[in-house]
Design a protein around this ligand. Structure first.
Ligand code: 0X9
Ligand code: CA
Ligand code: CA
Ligand code: ZN
Length: 322
């Protein structure tokens, strides 16, 4: 488990219990299901948040993914506390929350990599583990970097490694990791009547205090499928979100090239307006003490509201239409 000093963080069992409690306490606002199993057989939880949650209404849909990287525990707290819990407990008292819950459908995957998280804290001393826990045939080294395993330009551009044991090992093929496979199947299933219902996405990481838009696989600012009008909207929304949390806004590849990342897949495959956030770490890196969880998760409340607000039509932020 987490070291006693960091007991404020949720392990997999504690997260599971909190999600189930939320669904019990707010049956009209929250529904918990599983998109499928991790390599070790844990459920990868999916929470739907919306008024009339049982009904698939004609409302813009947004998805949040947390904790692809095992040691980035603060990201799961973001999904749990400031998305799942805030948008349920706040419904009756916070008009901004109510308005969004009444007009949006929110999908949350609070722990994309449950096996990795449990391994990272299994001895009570952090292991700095990043990958999932899937063995690699022919190698003694365990794990795939889930954020290099997605199927858009997978392995294209020197932004991942083909060697098991690397911190950026991309896996044997696109979606070779069960965790990325079951989540991508879910996102693909949101194409209804030929139209992708999900319009916006944030993938939460730590610890550079960054807001990043596509692409990560190339240094080019624009590509045939991400034109200058798209870029203008990506930049404007990214800059507004970053102004609200005081992170730094930039194109993902300005940090370094990555290929097989979820953000590139969300845009490349589905034209979902997708951002990677790196939350706080400061002097603590991947392991900020639990005393900062409230401050550093609520810091993103306004950015989450912005993302949901523009989910009806991101280009309208620069005067465009949908
Ligand atoms: O490398 C990653 O997957 C993310 N950083 S982390 O320290 N959380 O591992 C950031 C990916 C952002 N995308 C690019 N840099 N292209
Ligand atoms: Ca609804
Ligand atoms: Ca819907
Ligand atoms: Zn990460």
């Amino acid at each position: 488990d987490f070291p006693p000093a960091d007991a404020g963080y949720h392990n997999y069992a504690e997260l599971t219990a909190e999600l189930q409690k939320t669904a019990r306490d707010f049956p009209d606002l929250a529904k918990v299901s599983s998109v499928g199993k991790s390599h070790e057989g844990k459920d990868v939880w999916l929470v739907k948040l919306s008024a009339n949650v049982a009904t698939d209404e004609n409302e813009p849909e947004t998805i949040f993914t947390c904790n692809q990287h095992a040691r980035e525990h603060l990201s799961a707290e973001m999904c749990l506390r400031r998305i799942v819990q805030r948008f349920t407990t706040g419904y009756a008292t916070d008009p901004a929350v109510k308005k969004l819950m009444d007009s949006r459908e929110i999908w949350v995957l609070p722990m994309v990599n449950p096996d990795g998280i449990e391994y990272d804290v299994s001895t009570g001393t952090y292991k700095s583990w990043r990958l999932n826990r899937q063995p690699n045939p022919g190698s003694s080294r365990i794990g795939t970097d889930l954020n290099r395993n997605w199927g858009h330009k997978w392995g294209c551009c020197g932004g991942s490694s083909s060697t098991p044991g690397s911190e950026t090992y991309r896996g044997a093929g696109p979606f070779s990791a069960p965790e990325t496979k079951v989540i991508s199947d879910f996102v693909n299933s949101r194409v209804v009547g030929g139209k992708q219902q999900i319009t916006t996405h944030i993938d939460w990481h730590t610890y550079g205090e960054l807001v990043m838009w596509p692409y990560g696989y190339t240094k080019d600012d624009t590509t045939p499928d991400l034109n200058s009008e798209h870029l203008r909207a990506f930049k404007e929304l990214g800059t507004q979100m970053a102004a609200s949390n005081r992170y730094k806004p930039q194109q993902a590849s300005d940090l370094y090239i990555t290929d097989g990342g979820v953000r590139d897949w969300m845009w490349g495959r589905h034209r979902i307006w997708s951002y990677t956030f790196e939350m706080f770490g400061g002097q603590y890196g991947f392991y900020p003490p639990d005393e900062v969880i409230d401050r550093e998760t609520s810091r993103n409340d306004k950015a989450v509201e912005l993302m949901l607000t523009y989910a009806d039509c991101v280009p309208r932020i620069v005067g465009g239409t949908c």
